[in-house]
Design a protein around this ligand. Sequence first.
Ligand code: FES
Ligand code: FE2
Length: 393
Amino acid sequence: MTVDTKVQYARMGARLIDHVKNGTTDWAADTMEVPSTNYTDPDQWQREMDQIFKSQPILVGISQEIPEAGDFKTLNMLGVPLLITRQKDGSAKVLMNVCTHRGMQLTAEPSGNQRMFSCPYHGWTFKADGSLRAVADAPKFGEVCEGARNLVQFPSHEEGGLIFAVLTPDSDVDIRAYLGGMMDDVAAKGMDQWTYVGNRVIHGPNWKVAYDGYLEGYHFKAAHPETIEPRTYSNVMEYDAHGPHLLVGFAAKTMMTLGEVEQNELWQHETRGYDFIRLFFPNVSIFVAPEITQVAQMIPGPGPMENTTILHFLHPKPPENDEDHAARIEMADWLRDVVQEEDYNVGLKLQEGLATGLMKSVLLGRNERGNQYFHRWVQWYADGDESAPKPEL
Ligand code: FES
Ligand SMILES: [Fe+2]
């Protein structure tokens, strides 16, 4: 962890203590209206898919889903079938799971370990690095230039246990620069060495309705009275940003026990007094808890009214015994239930209200500062004008 990060944590920790003491929270300058159609309009949604999800780096997988050479996983991101493979040299490749002969889906398996992929249609074979290994019955087929029919490959970057890619093969976006200081922070956690507990898949509303829910603790008291609120203060947040990415601090009910801790030691108290949610714009929310870490990977679509979210669960250490393992599974199921029943089901209802078209806008409070920042960034990208000033927190 860098000195800057320690200073950042200590500053946010101290601010959270003050907020609890004074009954305050971090504040934006004003409230902000967001047109309801931003959540429901198909044209707006398409702009977001084109200008954000298909043009900017997005999380496509977790390193520990494919730890060994030859491991692979497949998933469909916004209609693009992906095949993510672990190479002999330890690196990951993000490929399109589409055979370059006539376009058949190369493998239907969700995951596995293979050195080679054989197309089920005519039997062309590909290596795990995406290169075409052999054309079936080649003498009868005709010439195929070497290298001309390899699988489509997407630019990718793996760090901190996370695999990011840009779903535009010839994109020149600098992925590391985009991830910026948020990746410095996350990488220091060392999640690339953690144990993958498993994942749970849930379905919910428009991706921004869902994302809004990760950005504030204003709803804890009313929506999570028996799950989150007993542990964490409702409506006490502190925000910081790295570019469009957000670090959101929440005060745990044990926060005041930190009153004696020296300010310069406060950085050590994440999960022991305060908690962070780390958000990589536009589709990731990471919640580190002592029991388990949840990485939510949001996949919008197929239209503006729905998203699929993969909740990945990780732990710093392998389980010590069966009991330990069972406790982690239970925790993963519990968190899945909270997000599904208390967040996404609320989101689906909320969206019905917006879809009536009879409520002109939603109103984001001064306390919903992270939401305001997020919506400004969505609009900045959707507008597609790079010369426009970037949003500031
Ligand atoms: S489509 Fe794959 S071998 Fe023909
Ligand atoms: Fe929630």
